[in-house]
Design a protein around this ligand. Structure first.
Ligand SMILES: [Mg+2]
Length: 155
């Protein structure tokens, strides 16, 4: 199972909860909220998610956000259906969100790879689940291409 953060990982915006749906698509990789704020999907995200599904991976989101807003953004980018599990809650305890994810999926930390741009979050989850494999986005991998090469060696 490959678990993704959203803000600054899947898209460039640092706080999707601060944007206001409805969104309108500007092109394949950009949406604008009702106030004109533009959110850009990281280049290569769809290809990476599709490639992971082809390889038999389960995909999940663990995100500190207002759930319905993040879900609207995922739908507007057309990537909502790629994910089997969405754990999106408005608090910073991602360790607790992972508890829910493992309970819902029946999988454990040994079978999970977690990608997040926030070093504090990675540390928090790793402390609770030392066996989970973590990738710090923008440091361990700086693009979806780099992420794919890293994941290729792990899957
Ligand atoms: Mg983030």
């Amino acid at each position: 199972m490959v678990v993704f953060d959203l803000d600054r990982t899947i898209w460039d915006h640092e706080d999707i909860s601060a944007t206001t749906p409805p969104y309108r698509a500007l092109d394949a990789s950009r949406i604008a909220d009702s106030g004109g704020t533009i959110v850009t999907l990281r280049s290569g995200v769809r290809e990476l998610l599709g490639w992971l599904l082809e390889r038999g991976a389960l995909l999940a989101v663990v995100s500190w956000n207002v759930e319905w807003i993040a879900v609207e953004a995922l739908k507007s980018f057309g990537i909502h259906s790629y994910f089997s599990f969405l754990i999106i809650e408005f608090h910073p305890r991602k360790d607790r969100m992972f508890e829910k994810l493992f309970r819902a999926s029946g999988l454990g930390p040994k079978n999970a790879i977690y990608i997040d741009d926030d070093e504090g979050m990675v540390r928090l989850v790793k402390k609770r689940y030392p066996e989970i494999h973590t990738i710090l986005y923008l440091r361990d991998a700086r693009s979806m291409g780099e992420l794919r090469r890293l994941l290729e060696s792990l899957l």
